[in-house]
Structure formats: structure tokens, C-alpha cells
Design a protein. Structure first.
Length: 177
């Protein structure tokens, strides 16, 4: 598992005093505000101390220590921000989405491998897992207890209870969900 996790991207400056708009890739402004240091590399390079974080129209407004003008903020545009995993605390049974991408999807009853998770999105009430099968098809399933039976990121897999056609589209004649 990676030591530094993507948390958002600086997409614009805001005002003339060095504030930057951050497109959040985490659970929200409150989560991001817990961190005193942000990084600008997945290797942990270029650490910067956080001045402030506040909500603004579905995004975060971020200031960094030593960045006090629009001119000093501009070089950060387009940069991805990272947090240190060791500083993040998640409740038991919760995982970073980055830890789920790449997991092998296995049948909980038979152990059969269906493919690998390529993304996890949250368009509505539950997460949607996208799986790339060995034949190159993309299949999706909702992350609800009826289908998702267990997450084991440290071991590299998750367990599902598929219904007919969920992964075997060629056999069933159905299109992927």
C-alpha cells in the first residue's frame, strides 16, 4: 500500500492573497483540514505546511505557509496534493479507494477470479465497483452487502456473490451492468 495518498488537485487560484481552489478527492474539507502538512509528490517530496483549509462551493480553499499572493500560488495550479497515510485515521472496515483499485475480484463461494477493480465511484447511495475481466470487458456491481462479501486490501482481493450475468456476459447473452 502506498505511503502517500492522492487527496485532491489544485484547479484555480482564488483572490489575490494566495488561496487556491482544490478539487477534493477525499471525504471532504473537514478530512483535508486535519492535516498540517501536504505533499506534492507520491514519494512524499516537496512537503508544505498548511495555512488554512475552508469550504467553498463544493471545493476547498487552501492556503500554504509562505504562499501569500496570486503570483506565488500560480505555480501550484494543476498539481495533485497528497497526504501521508500514517497521519490518516479511518474507522475499522473503511479503506482508501486507492487501496481498492487493483484488487482481484473473487467469487466468495467458489474462489473463481473475475478480474481486477479499475475504479470505485460513488454516483448515488452506494459505491460502484468497475471490474476489468480477463477478456477485456468492463463490468460493474454495487458495493452493497448482497454482492460485496468482503474486502481484503492487504491480501490483494475482494469477495463477491455475483448473480447470473454479472461477470459472465458472454455465457448469459446479457450486457455488462
Amino acid at each position: 500500500m502506498r505511503e502517500y495518498l492522492e487527496t485532491g488537485k489544485i484547479v484555480a487560484t482564488h483572490g489575490v492573497r494566495g488561496e487556491m481552489k482544490v478539487e477534493l478527492w477525499c471525504d471532504g474539507v473537514e478530512f483535508l483540514a486535519r492535516f498540517k502538512t501536504l505533499f506534492f509528490s507520491e514519494s512524499g517530496a516537496a512537503p508544505r505546511s498548511v495555512g488554512s483549509v475552508r469550504p467553498h462551493k463544493g471545493m476547498a480553499l487552501l492556503t500554504l505557509e509562505g504562499v501569500n499572493s496570486i503570483e506565488e500560488a500560480r505555480p501550484f495550479l494543476g498539481r495533485v496534493i497528497y497526504i501521508a497515510r500514517r497521519e490518516a485515521r479511518l474507522p475499522a472496515g473503511r479503506y482508501f479507494l486507492q487501496d481498492l483499485v487493483g484488487l482481484e475480484v473473487r467469487d466468495a463461494a467458489t474462489g473463481r477470479a473475475y478480474g481486477k477493480v479499475t475504479s470505485v465511484t460513488h454516483p448515488a447511495a452506494q459505491d460502484i465497483y468497475t471490474v476489468l475481466t480477463p477478456t477485456g470487458e468492463e463490468c460493474r456491481f454495487p458495493g452493497v452487502p448482497e454482492f460485496l462479501k468482503g474486502l481484503y486490501p492487504a491480501e490483494g482481493y475482494l469477495l463477491v456473490a455475483p448473480i447470473p450475468g454479472m461477470f459472465d456476459t458472454a455465457e448469459s447473452g446479457d450486457a455488462p451492468v
